[in-house]
Structures are given as structure tokens and as C-alpha cells.
Design a protein. Structure first.
Lengths: 114, 110
């Protein structure tokens, strides 16, 4: 069974640009979660998508947004990039009916802002 | 106050040692608890779920104390490969999200 896949592995942008990160959940999983992990810090919850809808978001500004497609894959968009957005962005998925069950993580996208 | 708090460590122990990590959570409505393991610059991987009755998986034992809002992880007979950061996680139905602690770093030396 393929795990959660994320692309790209690395992304380098400059301040003010926009970044798009992609995630494909494990087959059969309908929920996708996005987390930000800045260097030396813990995971910060960003967004939760389930069945194509945004169900919850963390304490991040509106320039962090995303969507979930009918095939349950998801995109995270970050507009007007700032230096402090440099971090590892992790996507996780879980099966239906387990919103607070264990989540399975992808390898992450490392976003670097120059 | 952080919603999930852990001692950041590092815990530096010799191979074969027994080591225990503790974690506290602030929201009494938390209903699901997990321990994840994260290797340097890698994604977190589920180590085990934590149940009120306590559960064991090989050398790993997890305990939950709801009254004290406290979770523990015990690792027996530590291996070099156990070196990693261990993340304590609590989840709540009301907010449908998992809250991760900042992690406890374990270093197992030969």
C-alpha cells in the first residue's frame, strides 16, 4: 500500500512569491491534514480537509489556504511568502470516521524562503 | 501554557537502559492519545496509541492517567536505533484535530 505522498520534496522561493504544495493521501483515506514544522519547533496544525471541505484550521493567517479535490488529494497554497514561512510542511491522512484517530504522514515538503 | 507539554530533553542513555518520557495535556476533553517517533529531518511515524488501561508493544509501554492528565512512554532495553524525538499527541472530538507536543529527544549511546 502506497503511503502519503507529497510534492515537491524541496521548494525554494523568495519573499512575496506564492507556493503550492501537493499531497496524495493513502488510498481509502478521506481526511487530509496539513502541519507546519519550523526548525527546532513542534508540529503546528494548519488545516484539515475532509470530503472536499475545510473542517478546521489552526492559528495561521488567511494567506495560508488550500483545497481538497474529489480524489481526496490536497493542495496547500501560501501567498505573499515571508521569511518565517521557511519550514517543513507535512501532510497526513486518516481513514473515514476517525477524525482524531492516528494520522499517517508523508515525507514532507521543505520550503525555503530566500 | 502549551496544550501538550513535554520535557525536550535530550535524554542521553546507554544501550540497554530503561527510559521513561512524560507528557501532560491541558484540555480534559482530550479523548485520543498517541506517541509518534520522528527521526531527524523525517516525518513523524506512529509508534503506538495510548489507552486508559495501558498498552504494551514489545519494549514499549504507554500509560494514560486521565485524572492527572498525564501520558507516559517507557522504553526498555534501549537500542541505538531508538535514538529519535518522541512526540506526545492528544486529540479532541470537539475540534477534530491532533495537538502535538514539541517532542522529547532521546540519544542512546553504545
Amino acid at each position: 500500500e502506497a503511503g502519503v505522498t507529497q510534492s515537491p520534496t524541496h521548494l525554494i522561493k523568495t519573499r512575496g512569491q506564492q507556493a503550492t504544495l501537493r499531497c496524495s493521501p493513502i488510498s481509502g483515506h478521506t481526511s487530509v491534514y496539513w502541519y507546519q514544522q519550523a526548525l527546532g519547533l513542534g508540529l503546528q496544525f494548519l488545516l484539515w480537509y475532509d470530503e472536499g471541505e475545510e473542517r478546521n484550521r489552526g492559528n495561521f493567517p488567511p494567506r495560508f489556504s488550500g483545497r481538497q479535490f474529489p480524489n481526496y488529494s490536497s493542495e496547500l497554497n501560501v501567498n505573499a511568502l515571508e521569511l518565517e514561512d521557511s519550514a517543513l510542511y507535512l501532510c497526513a491522512s486518516s481513514p473515514p470516521g476517525s477524525p482524531i484517530g492516528p494520522q499517517h504522514f508523508g515525507d514532507g515538503t521543505r520550503l525555503s524562503i530566500l | 501554557r502549551k496544550e501538550v507539554e513535554q520535557d525536550p530533553g535530550p535524554f542521553n542513555v546507554p544501550e540497554g537502559a530503561t527510559v521513561a518520557f512524560n507528557c501532560t495535556y491541558s484540555n480534559s476533553a482530550s479523548q485520543s492519545f498517541f506517541w509518534y517517533r520522528q527521526d531527524c529531518r523525517k516525518e513523524p511515524k506512529l509508534l503506538m496509541s495510548v489507552y486508559s488501561s495501558g498498552n504494551e508493544d514489545g519494549r514499549f509501554t504507554a500509560q494514560l492517567n486521565r485524572a492527572s492528565q498525564y501520558i507516559s512512554l517507557l522504553i526498555r532495553d534501549s537500542k541505538l536505533s531508538d535514538s529519535a524525538t518522541y512526540l506526545c499527541v492528544a486529540g479532541m472530538d470537539s475540534s477534530y484535530k491532533l495537538i502535538f507536543g514539541s517532542g522529547t529527544r532521546l540519544l542512546v549511546r553504545p
